[in-house]
Each structure stands twice: as C-alpha cells, then as structure tokens.
Ligand binder design. Structure first.
Ligand code: TA6
Length: 289
C-alpha cells in the first residue's frame, strides 16, 4: 500500500480508534474514522475546537466535542424514539476513500442493511477535511436510489471560547430563529450580536454565508464561511442542561459554544435520484497579539 501523502499520518485516537492527522501551516487536525468526526484543530495559537472534560472515545459513538456530523435527520427522529438523535452518520465507521497533498482526506459512508432499517434510502455520503491556513470541512450527499429523498444535516461544531458569557456571534442580525430552549419561541435579533446569558438553542433559517465568532477571553476571532448551508444552530446548554449531557463536567458549559452549519426543517435538502449536494465550511482564525 502506498504511503500517505506528506502531511497525512494514520494514528490511533485517545480511545485507540483509527484516526488521520493532517499537518499544515504550523498546525494540525485530527479526524476519527468513527463518524468522520473532526476531533481537533490546532493552530499556532492553540486548539480551536472544544472537547468535553470527560470524553468517551467509543466504537460507533461520537465524542462530545470537535465536529460531529448530523445526518440524515436533526434532533430527535420525527416518528421513532428508538432511533439515535441527530441521525446515524456520527455512529458509522467511515472509510478513507482518498488522501491528497494539501493535505486533504476524504472519508465515505454508504447505505447498508443497518442504515436502511433506520432510513429507507440508498445514499453515499462523503466527508472531506482539508487543512491549510483555514480548516475546510465539506459534506457531500448523493442519492443512490431510484426515488427522491429529503435529509437534514449539520456540521455540529464545538468551538472553544474560553468564557461563553463574553463570547458573541455576529452576522445573524435580523435572521429569524426558533428558540428550542423556550418551546420553539420565534424571534430575530435586531442590531445586536448573539450573546449567551442562559441556555441557548436557536435554529436560524435563511442564514448568510459568513458568521463571525468573537471569543475575547481567548483574544480570538473565528470566521465561518459556508457554501450550501441555509440554516445555522447556535447552542450552549448552560448550567442545568449540562447535568443531563454525557461526557460533560458540571462547569463545561462555560468553555464552548456550538455554531452548526446546517440544512434543517424547512431547509432540509431534497435530492432526485443521482443528484448530489455539498455543504462546505471554511473556518479562519484571527488571533489578537
Ligand atoms: O444542536 C443543538 C442540539 O440539538 C441541542 O438541543 C443538544 O441536544 C445538542 O444538539 C447535543 O445533542 P447530542 O445528541 O450531541 O447530545
């Protein structure tokens, strides 16, 4: 078997699971084969992604942190309580389909008897992770069946912010949202960024291509630029919900926020047979001196 291109290393993650490390621009990123989950993105300024204090690196399970994938449904399944929240993509073992100089790794998952029993559609999903000065994550879904299907998806990114009470998300001014933490209350921010003062679980619809996360306690700004995403979820569980979440220590809520690049609910994606769709996220970091 040919050695991987420069900048790509195969290794075991902290749980001994197969993973791939990409090295570039003075930093690195690690992707687990389980769930094609980006576990880490380190730049010369430190770790950009956040991981829970009690992480579990288990087979067929997502680690809480990094960038878990949501597919083919978001949240609880509409009809079946026996199915996993956020779909099954993050529980699958993905295979490496390609590795390129750059570096870039491409992982693939396809329908099988297990997925068909949960979601009766033939699909091929591809997750590309590329590292240069920016981190790029692109999810492509193809309809391999003979009938149309609709799916929801998200790159469920956990970003390190230092102290979430000082963080802010910019670019959602006037964009309508549904606040899941308040029973689906609808709203829209006017003339102010999103700030965190309690449990926040907002689905924004009709989102712009660029959002900015300010994390002043880390003297850091992240720019999130997307293609093919019309939804975004902004989430922090705050103190009470944290107690109900796996892998979390009681104070973990203070150190992260999720900004999820997505297509959910009325912006679910419909694919005709043979059609494909790509959601791409490019994250750039600016670090104050
Ligand atoms: O994306 C926000 C959300 O739907 C929250 O409601 C919370 O459930 C979070 O995802 C984490 O979900 P998980 O299944 O990873 O614990």
């Amino acid at each position: 078997m040919a050695p991987p291109p420069d900048g790509i290393t195969h290794l075991a993650d902290p749980g001994g699971r197969a993973a791939i490390r990409l090295d570039a621009a003075g930093g690195n990123a690690v992707v687990a084969a389980t769930g094609a989950q980006v576990l880490s993105w380190r730049t010369p300024h430190g770790e950009m992604l956040w991981t829970a204090s009690r992480p579990e690196y288990a087979a067929h399970k997502p680690v809480r942190g990094g960038v878990p994938l949501v597919f083919p449904w978001f949240g609880d399944h509409a009809a079946r309580t026996d199915l996993p929240a956020h779909g099954f993509a993050r529980n699958l073992e993905w295979r490496v389909a390609a590795e390129h100089a750059g570096p870039e790794v491409v992982l693939v998952a396809e329908h099988d008897a297990t997925t068909l029993a949960m979601w009766p559609h033939a699909f091929r999903a591809q997750l590309s992770v590329a590292l240069a000065a920016e981190l790029t994550i692109a999810m492509t879904v193809e309809n391999r069946g003979d009938a149309p299907f609709r799916f929801e998806q998200a790159l469920h990114s956990y970003f390190a912010v230092g102290d979430v009470a000082t963080a802010s998300v910019h670019g959602l001014d006037g964009v309508p949202f549904v606040e899941q933490a308040r029973g689906g209350e609808v709203g829209a921010d006017r003339g102010t960024p999103v700030r965190f003062a309690g449990e926040t679980d907002r689905i924004y619809q009709g989102t712009p291509d660029t959002l900015v996360l300010h994390a002043p306690t880390l003297r850091r700004t992240l720019r999130l630029r997307t293609q093919g995403a019309r939804s975004a979820i902004v989430w922090n569980p705050w103190m009470t919900k944290t107690a109900r979440l796996s892998q979390m220590a009681p104070d973990d809520w203070r150190a992260f926020c999720c900004i999820e690049s997505a297509n959910v609910r009325e912006h679910a994606v419909e694919l005709a047979p043979g059609q494909r769709h790509t959601l791409a996220l490019h994250v750039a970091v600016a670090q104050e001196p």
